[in-house]
Design a protein around this ligand. Structure first.
Ligand code: RTP
Ligand code: MG
Length: 139
């Protein structure tokens, strides 16, 4: 299986609840290498652009306001089968349905405040990583 990349954000709820360290620990223990990382507070415009694919969905407004409610950690991760394996590591979107031991099972409170983001395809991983990081910020 080829080594490839995914993109993640530790969302405002997990940052505010003090879970940055534990989540990074789970990510590294899961075999992911950190290629790029930054700690930032999204503006409404940048969060709106990032989630533009969900613009017509009923939860879009809540999603943008939640993602701008506090700082986040954004990162690009590398591993064999990165996109799929990372979505397995984080668990289902709704933490009530997330498998035991997954990041959302351990650290998320609700479908909105669900602790982490994980890209859903190789193509989106590339787009999302490039949204946050330039060529000099990836190692
Ligand atoms: P993510 O993009 O954050 O990794 O999550 P995901 O792929 O599992 O879910 P997605 O469909 O991409 O939705 C993005 C975020 O929107 C919120 N959401 N709320 N109320 C709802 O039915 C609903 N559905 C999605 C979640 O916070 C989800 O992470
Ligand atoms: Mg998604």
């Amino acid at each position: 299986m080829a080594t490839n990349r995914t993109f993640t954000m530790i969302k405002p709820d997990a940052v505010a609840n003090g879970h940055i360290g534990a989540i990074l620990n789970d990510i590294i223990a899961g075999g992911f290498k950190i290629v790029a990382m930054k700690y930032i507070h999204l503006t409404e415009t940048s969060a709106g652009n990032f989630y533009a694919v969900h613009k017509e969905r009923p939860f879009y407004g809540d999603l943008v306001s939640f993602m701008t409610s506090g700082p986040i950690v954004a990162a690009i991760l590398e591993k064999e089968n990165a996109v799929e394996d990372f979505r397995t590591l984080i668990g289902a979107t709704d933490p009530a349905k997330a498998a035991e031991g997954t990041i959302r099972n351990k650290y998320a409170k609700s479908i909105d405040a669900n602790a982490v983001h994980g890209s859903d395809s190789d193509e989106n991983a590339e787009i999302e990583g490039n949204f946050f990081f330039n060529q000099f910020e990836k190692f």
